[in-house]
Design a protein around this ligand. Structure first.
Ligand code: SF4
Length: 422
């Protein structure tokens, strides 16, 4: 039990050997690599695969009904998984903490409160953040772990981008699944046997991944209307959060485009630097965040060049993305997804996906400002845009969501046919 002195249960050195860290599934293309990164750094880790939406009941039962839907789902997924296990004294939980101004940074406290209510407060909760917001003697964000997590996001994005571009056109889905499996195996070996992740091996790995995708037989690439997915970070990427939106859209016969996850992290680092510059703070910290953005962008640019050379659509740089919102929204708007959400919609429109689903947890204020709140302005500048906001709430009225998605998709097909004729 937590002592009076120490309010939270810490993850100790000894637990590193005995405890399995449960990782919530927040982004399927990336979190499988996160788990591999943790395992190869000496932790026992397990990705949670329970994905029945009914698990939100657990989140609702153990947390206040006023909290954000993503928090209810993450808490629900943890408690649902814990209740099916008998090793309560041998597990720990991990959750990301961005340190931003939005409620997301307090999910960790909400989770601890929920565990207490469920009488599971002996279970340690680890905060995963670039700035080591909370420390635990048994868990350290070392340079090596940081580099592995960095590559997990970078290669997760690569895999997601290529999958988005070819999945609707593959002759057989089995070939795609096989390529995904081979990439997973490749990374297991890469993370396991590479003592340091500096150097240029990541470029070779990017080429290997693209080569695997090139082996997959496809038909009429690029012939379907493109639909972009933007919105709050959790409901944008998590199939549990968005009722399997990617699959739903593919079934409707369109090509999906989901912006890279890395942009969100860059935006978070850059926003911290922005606040230090505008409101004051540690110059050293400002430099650290600026250097971090530079380092990551430098590596991503090399991967982007490889993508472009291979004939796939290359993502734009973070700098270009940020520049895109000039005249639309101030870059000081960075609660939740902030200006990034507007930037992603503008980028999608520029890159052939004027059809957009903007995913919003019910009652999410920052998304109503930078997402739905920007629709009118975007529509004025880009009359071809066809954007729909979809609310994701605790009761998940799927029929309502589907009706709105179908209407947007039918407009996408009409516009696509007109464009083809032109
Ligand atoms: S972005 Fe929205 S859903 Fe996410 S924590 Fe903030 S208010 Fe909640």
């Amino acid at each position: 039990m937590p002592t009076q002195k120490e309010e939270r249960v810490v993850f100790t050195q000894a637990m590193r050997k005995t405890h399995t860290i449960l990782v919530p599934q927040m982004a399927p293309y990336h979190f499988q690599f996160f788990v591999q990164a943790l395992k190869t750094e000496g932790y026992k880790a397990e990705l949670l695969l329970n994905d029945d939406y009914a698990l939100i009941e657990q989140g609702m039962k153990y947390s206040h009904n006023d909290i954000c839907v993503p928090a209810m789902l993450v808490i629900g997924q943890f408690i649902d998984a814990i209740k099916t296990r008998k090793d309560h004294d041998k597990i720990a939980l991990i959750i990301t903490q961005t340190g931003g101004g939005c409620r997301a940074s307090n999910y960790i406290n909400l989770l601890r409160k929920a565990l207490k209510k469920a009488r599971l407060d002996d279970i340690p909760v680890i905060s995963l953040s670039a700035g080591n917001i909370e420390s635990n003697p048994g868990f350290k964000m070392t340079t090596k772990l940081f580099l592995k997590l960095h590559e997990s996001v970078m290669f997760g994005d690569l895999m997601m981008g290529l999958t988005n571009q070819i999945k609707p056109y593959v002759v057989s889905l089995d070939a795609l699944k096989k390529a995904h499996q081979e990439i997973e195996n490749l990374f297991e070996v890469y993370f396991e046997h590479r003592p340091h992740l500096f150097g240029n091996r990541y470029r070779r790995h990017a080429k290997k991944i693209i080569h695997l995708f090139n082996q997959i037989p496809v038909q009429s690439l690029g012939s379907k209307p493109k639909v972009g997915i933007v919105g709050e970070i959790y409901v944008k990427y998590s199939p549990l959060g968005n009722n399997n939106l990617e699959v739903t859209l593919e079934k409707e016969g369109v090509e999906t485009m989901t912006p890279p996850l890395y942009d969100f992290f860059l935006y978070s680092f850059d926003s911290t630097a922005h606040d230090i510059k505008r409101y004051g703070g540690s110059k050293k910290l400002w430099l650290v965040y600026k250097a971090l953005v530079w380092y990551i962008e430098n590596r991503r640019e090399k991967v982007r060049k490889i993508i472009a050379k291979s004939g796939y659509q290359r993502p734009i740089s973070y700098r270009q993305l940020k520049k895109g919102v000039e005249g639309f929204i101030d870059v000081g708007t960075h609660s939740g997804e902030g200006w990034l959400l507007t930037a992603e919609m503008i980028d999608l429109i520029h890159h052939g996906a004027p059809n957009i689903v903007c995913t919003q947890p019910f009652g999410c204020l920052p998304n109503h400002i930078a997402g739905k709140g920007m629709f009118k302005k975007i529509k004025k500048h880009f009359p071809q845009s066809n954007i729909v906001a979809i609310d994701y709430d605790t009761s998940a009225s799927q029929i309502n969501q589907l009706n709105r998605i179908n209407l947007m998709v039918s407009n996408a097909f009409k516009n696509h046919a007109v464009k083809k004729e032109d």
